[in-house]
Design a protein around this ligand. Structure first.
Ligand code: GRF
Length: 208
């Protein structure tokens, strides 16, 4: 059984795709142990509660310093000791100590085809605004392992999505979620749960 903790900050549609995937058998042999959000108002926490999953809020704003938050967040995660940490729209930088404690056991979903439109400052709608500004005909989503950079870890899965004429950032974001994110994030978790994913010389190898 792959025990996972999902970290969220917003609406939680990717979390919902994971919950649904576990419930409908798309994601095998996996249990969502807990959901953690930095945002007390995140609807993702409601989704967790509705699914009977422990919903934890740890906001940096309630700690005396960022270091104090990082230590508490890391200690809590170590205590939960999941097999895999899934960042599903989590807008908080992962503490270095947590990355060191969970090597190649933290994955993230990013709404572009990395290495395009990623890195510091590229999150949420900003990613899609940049894709539209550049005039790309294809964009998509990427699931990757988290290392101590920003969107720089080994890539696990990607899925391309067509950019249509007159797309707005909002319309494009929704298409990327529906046609890519909500498909490859559950798929990546299922592959990891089956033991079919490993990292060799900094590259992901998937055995079917
Ligand atoms: C998604 O677009 C994801 O790619 C990005 O943040 C957004 C989270 O959306 N990292 P949701 O909270 O899963 O609905």
């Amino acid at each position: 059984m792959l025990n996972i903790v999902v970290c969220v900050s917003g609406g939680g549609t990717n979390l919902q795709a994971i919950i649904d995937g576990v419930n409908n058998g798309l994601i095998h042999n996996t249990r969502i142990q807990a959901v953690i959000s930095n945002n007390p108002g995140a609807y993702a926490l409601e989704r967790a509660k509705n699914a009977g999953i422990e919903a934890i809020c740890m906001s940096p704003k309630t700690f005396e310093s960022r270091d104090a938050f990082n230590d508490a967040f890391t200690e809590r995660m170590i205590a939960l000791n999941p097999d895999l940490i899934v960042l599903a729209g989590f807008l908080v930088q992962i503490p270095t100590r947590m990355i060191a404690a969970f090597p190649n056991r933290i994955i993230n979903i990013h709404p572009s085809l990395i290495p395009s439109f990623c890195g510091v400052g590229y999150y949420g709608l900003k990613v899609h605004e940049a894709a539209l500004d550049r005039g790309v005909k294809l964009t998509g989503a990427t699931v990757h392992f988290v290392d101590d950079g920003t969107d720089t870890g080994p890539i696990i899965l990607q899925k391309a999505v067509e950019v249509m004429e007159n797309d707005t950032p909002q319309v494009l974001q929704k298409r990327v979620m529906e046609q890519a994110e909500w498909i490859i994030l559950p798929k990546a978790i299922d592959l990891i749960a089956a033991g079919n994913v490993c990292v060799k010389e900094g590259k992901v190898v998937i055995s079917k």
